[in-house]
Design a binder for this molecule. Structure first.
Ligand code: NAG
Length: 245
């Protein structure tokens, strides 16, 4: 009898699994490489009192990666249907450099002892002016078996204003998954009946922050100091759980 009571409730209720209103506390971990910084600021904010500011500085004598990211563990595992949201803002003078990408969010898992020990699946990035995402599917190993499907949202990012990204996915390696993205409230990615993750099931983290992922492959442009603000970050089981604002 008890189970008959509980089941309809469980199906109907949205569950917000993670929220962060722009604070350095409350994350599973933060990760800063080289001259990057992560700080909590009172201006600009999307809402509330604080936002996160991530920076990275290019250094020609450094050959490593340029992450300045905060991590929320248990972003997804196989079979999960979840929604994620965050706001980001580029400074007014942001240089939209041809041939350069800046990643702003990603899902990534650790595969100890395997061919690709840290493998990001879906990422969200700015390529020059345009917002992109991707699906990563297939077997993890050998790494040549991994299949990457890049998705151009066809939407431009502008500087000096807050933008909202919402991702909703059913994470599965078979073709019963979906990947949907909203940009400033407009649905810009509609991938339905597709695989959305690799065959190996591990808990993927959800990370937001600045990852200047072109710089270790070849710096271009005239802006070696980069900063991005983030605010109102959340995820949960239903679309409404991705929205804090
Ligand atoms: C970057 O970090 C390195 C290593 O810690 C340091 O030697 C260098 O001065 C830093 N550069 C800048 C521009 O802060």
């Amino acid at each position: 009898m008890r189970i008959l009571y509980l089941l309809p409730l469980a199906v109907a209720s949205a569950t917000q699994l993670f929220t962060n209103h722009g604070t350095t506390s409350g994350w599973s971990k933060s990760h800063i490489e080289h001259n990057g910084t992560i700080s909590q600021v009172t201006k600009p904010v999307k809402s509330g009192r604080t936002a996160l500011k991530m920076t990275q500085t290019y250094d020609p004598s450094y050959t490593g990666l340029y992450h300045a990211e905060v991590h929320a563990y248990n972003g997804y595992s196989h079979g999960d249907e979840r929604a994620y949201g965050f706001w980001f803002r580029l400074p007014k003078d942001w240089e939209f450099t041809p041939g350069q990408t800046f990643n702003i969010a990603q899902f990534i898992a650790n595969f100890p002892g395997m061919c690709d020990e840290w493998m990001p699946s879906t990422m969200i990035w700015i390529s020059e002016r345009t917002l992109w995402t991707r699906r990563k599917t297939g077997a993890l190993c050998p790494s040549t078996a991994q299949k990457t499907t890049n998705i151009n949202t066809q939407r431009n990012v502008t500087a000096g204003v807050w933008h909202q990204v919402v991702v909703q996915a059913r994470w599965t390696p078979d073709d019963s998954g979906f990947l949907r993205v909203w940009y400033d409230g407009e649905r810009v990615v509609n991938e339905e009946g597709v695989p959305t993750t690799v065959a190996e099931d591990r808990p993927f983290q959800f990370r937001v922050g600045l990852y200047a992922n072109s710089w270790n492959k070849g710096y271009k442009g005239n802006q070696p100091f980069r900063q991005v603000w983030f605010d109102e970050i959340a995820f949960g089981t239903e679309l409404e759980d991705a929205h804090l604002d």
